[in-house]
Ligand binder design. Sequence first.
Ligand code: ATP
Length: 511
Amino acid sequence: MSDDHLQKVVSLAKRRGFIFQSSEIYGGLKSAYDYGPLGVELKRNISNAWWSSMVHAREDVVGLDAAIFMHPKVWKASGHLAEFSDPLVDCLNCGGRFRADKAPQIEAGTEVTFRAGGRSDGEERSGKVGERGYVCPLCNAPDLSKERQFNLMFRTSIGPIDPLEKAIHEIARAQMGAGEIRRKIEEALKPSSIYLRPETAQAIFVQYQNVQQSLGMKVPFGIAQIGKAFRNEIITEKFIFRTCEFEQMELEFFVEPGSHEKWLEYWAEQRMSWWKNFANSPEKFRLRPHEADELAHYASACYDIEYAYPWGWDELEGVASRTDYDLKKHSEESGAKLHFFDQQKTDPATGKAGVRFTPYVIEPSAGLTRGLLVYLLDAYAEEEGQDADGKAKVRKVLKLHPTLSPIKAAILPLVKKDGLPEYARKISKEFFDAGINSRFDEQQSIGKRYAKHDEIGTPYCITIDHQSKEDDTVTIRDRDTTEQRRIPASTAVEFVTGALSSTSAGATSVG
Ligand code: ATP
């Protein structure tokens, strides 16, 4: 898969109404995207498929939809205020900024060449890679600033009072130096500071007790959540792969200490097979265990589910064993007793019934918007074909799994006359009544309509022609094989419903 493949998907996403740059008419806001009419359907279909498999299909998982704003102490207890940062480096040659941990590793002392100012017409220079073992990923220069930690949380303030007003008066009256001004401002902002959540997980830990008690859940059990998360990323990149506003699908699964290794393997395997189930190329997903030095401070073990993106293997989901770190930290900070009392067990120390423990947590944490990119990349294909006159033509097709396709069936009258649109509208209504997202489409030639629906991943095109009026049959065209066959008009809904309930990747063949 080449970078060209990414560019083709980016262009299709805009042209066909999947994804637009945020605030585009004002020049666009870097790193934020809007999901257009087809994008919102695709995103919902992915999140619904996740929710069905993680919540509806299981007795041991329940859902949550928590607020984005949370008490600031949540982020103190979780360690995000102190630790949720990336190492930021400035390039002294081109002025670019990058994450030290994402820069390509090169052995210290290696001689590298680069262009002055990072400009293609700049003078060629050379230098040696420093002790830290990397160069600027933008211009290859080894002249770099020190690493400094940059907190990724977005901060804002809550309440009707301007927190800075008083500080501004004081700063104006006393002639303060830069350091003192910063301290004053920090002091003024602190009481009303609030953060946009950088992950959905913490709300689940904070509501652990309410959920466990209100539903009488018994360990092992899980709480699932889908929602927005925000990170002030140093570099936003690769379309919707890394953005400042994105969506996550997270499960926190609470288990008895000692059983966590087994559950980690279980969830890593479950999540891998879920992603692959909707993909055309399952071999492009892999499970990579973290090295000890890669582990987050709270994790005892972790897998990354990676995808073979056009730029190489990279993360799609993390499946981490988080120990009892989060529940313990929130217990300490809040005073709430976030444990589980198992009445079925006997305490070996006292011989009495009931054992109390703080559950360990296994966390499969997936990017919804990143997953959407993965399925677009997986689905986009170009095939050699012929046009109506037999000339060679490239067919662009989005081979989305029918469960994920934004539109499940296109209802197409062959021509805009002779009563065919009226006939087609009747079939369209049957699809509406059955709750299947279909589209009546009478614009342009039938060939152009097929091409459009191939490109947006519609698995079935149902065409109403003159014969339909005579014998109540329609043709149904399969997106992937382009084969067509005639079926009774009255079975069109049944055909599509049957195909949608199939769980195999790719559309059910018409032939
Ligand atoms: P990375 O190393 O790429 O910065 P991470 O390890 O910090 O990611 P997690 O905190 O484990 O990511 O988040 C879980 C999932 O959320 C990721 O696997 C990814 O799919 C998604 N995600 C995280 N950050 C972003 C982002 N800035 N934009 C889009 N999706 C993201």
